[in-house]
Design a protein around this ligand. Structure first.
Ligand code: ADP
Length: 401
């Protein structure tokens, strides 16, 4: 069975058509600049084990037109991988925020759409775009079952002592202010891959997702998320590409009151101009690592700060879990940047975490889970490639099969 996986942005649609029995990606692509001038689709597909790619410049006034164009590509003579549009029986949508209403994958009904809409104040950037994607997919694929997979769902097992903020209760009960956590699909996927690889069902693990956004998660022996570093929104926790991660909230009051900065500007600085970009001048770890090796002072400081933060959370989560069997690196930086893993694991032998520097380098950028700890390390250190699209496809399949 083929499942179309959709990650909708306000002006973009990322898609993958996945055969859930084999896990093979039949086609994937990105439609960009929807509703703007210069819109296009980059579509790639696999035929007879060969990969092909094509860029199509096409007017995409809205998401429904984009879906129709994608569908034409999926069935087209040259670019097609399925016979007809109706072969797609289910579509899995990444939805960022399900709050406490949705702790599981859901078949999308009018009620679910209303709830996603109602949650817009909690995810003002993402939920509206996800909703546009769902409505457009319903129009373009009326016969397919639409399914929502929530980024927050995996974290629903976090206990109240960990998800509540120490502010008056009213803000939780009436205004839903609490920690939700994100990247749930990725944390769950890499944990399960590691558990399978290590052949251990009662694995206690710390998963470290380091992409443009970054978060960590403490997962107990039952496979439940019990702590995560993002909170009410995605600004908390680790240092990211352009986000600050944890800061003292008094800095915000200081910027607003003493420095007379409008709140919008403060928000923009913390979300878009901070993190690696703010410290080292680039939000791409590849640039920053080049500068690090060239001895650039800011790049060195950036790596030190970035990995110090990860280390603090490793310590905290080892305490939360009362010991850990494995730590798992994933996503763009976690999978590909040996320097980050090396610095994050340095001087952690007191916790039983010892990296093999040789394995860390030789097993960089793996296609499958790999181990990179030293022989005398009590804790396994793994690099596991994440695959959020496959996880969304599998969860979609679970509810429609
Ligand atoms: P997202 O899905 O959050 O957009 P990714 O998981 O693709 O992000 O990760 C993006 C990050 O991964 C970027 O900071 C990029 O620099 C980093 N990255 C990708 N490849 C490499 C590499 N070979 N070495 C170091 N960093 C890399």
């Amino acid at each position: 069975m083929e499942i179309l996986v959709i990650n909708a942005g306000s002006s973009s649609l990322k898609y993958q058509l996945i055969n859930v029995e084999t896990g093979n990606v039949l086609a994937k692509g990105l439609a960009e600049r929807i509703g703007m001038d210069g819109s296009n689709i980059v579509h790639s597909w696999t035929k007879d084990e060969k990969e092909y790619k094509k860029e199509i410049n096409i007017d995409l006034p809205d998401h429904t037109v984009a879906f129709n164009a994608i569908s034409d590509l999926l069935v087209g003579d040259e670019t097609g991988v399925i016979r007809e549009r109706e072969d797609i029986k289910a579509i899995g949508h990444r939805v960022v925020h399900g709050a406490e209403a949705y702790t599981q994958t859901q078949v999308i009904t009018d009620e679910v759409k209303k709830a996603i809409e109602e949650l817009i104040p909690l995810a003002p950037l993402h939920n509206p775009a996800n909703l546009i994607g769902i409505n457009a997919a319903e129009k373009a694929f009326p016969n397919a079952t639409q399914v929502a997979v929530f980024d927050t769902a995996f974290h629903h097992t976090i206990p109240e002592k960990a998800f509540r903020y120490a502010i008056p209760e009213k803000f939780y009960r009436e205004d839903r202010i609490r920690a939700y956590g994100f990247h749930g699909t990725s944390h769950k996927y890499v944990y399960e891959q590691a558990s399978k690889y290590l052949n251990k069902t009662d694995l206690k693990a710390i998963t470290i997702h380091l992409g443009n956004g970054a978060s960590m998660c403490a997962i107990n022996e039952k496979g439940e998320s019990v702590e995560t570093s993002m909170g009410f929104g995605p600004l908390a926790g680790l240092i990211m590409g352009t986000r600050s991660g944890d800061i003292d909230p008094s800095i915000i009051f200081h910027m607003a009151e003493e420095m007379n900065m409008p709140l919008d500007e403060v928000k923009n600085i913390l979300n878009k101009q901070s993190g690696m970009l703010g410290i080292a001048g680039s939000n791409d770890a590849r640039d920053v690592s080049k500068l690090y090796h060239a001895g650039d002072r800011n790049a060195i400081l950036c790596y030190e700060m970035y990995t110090h933060r990860i280390k603090k959370y490793i310590g905290a989560y080892t305490a939360v879990l009362n010991g850990v069997d494995a730590i798992i690196f994933t996503a763009g930086i976690g999978e590909n940047d040996a320097l980050t893993r090396q610095l994050a694991c340095q001087n952690l032998s007191a916790l039983g975490i010892i990296l093999s520097e040789e394995a860390n380098i030789s097993k960089n950028h793996p296609k499958q889970p790999v181990e990179i700890q030293a022989e005398n390390s009590r804790v396994k250190i793994l690099v596991v490639p994440t695959n959020e699209e496959l996880e969304i496809a599998l969860q979609t399949w679970e509810v429609v099969k």
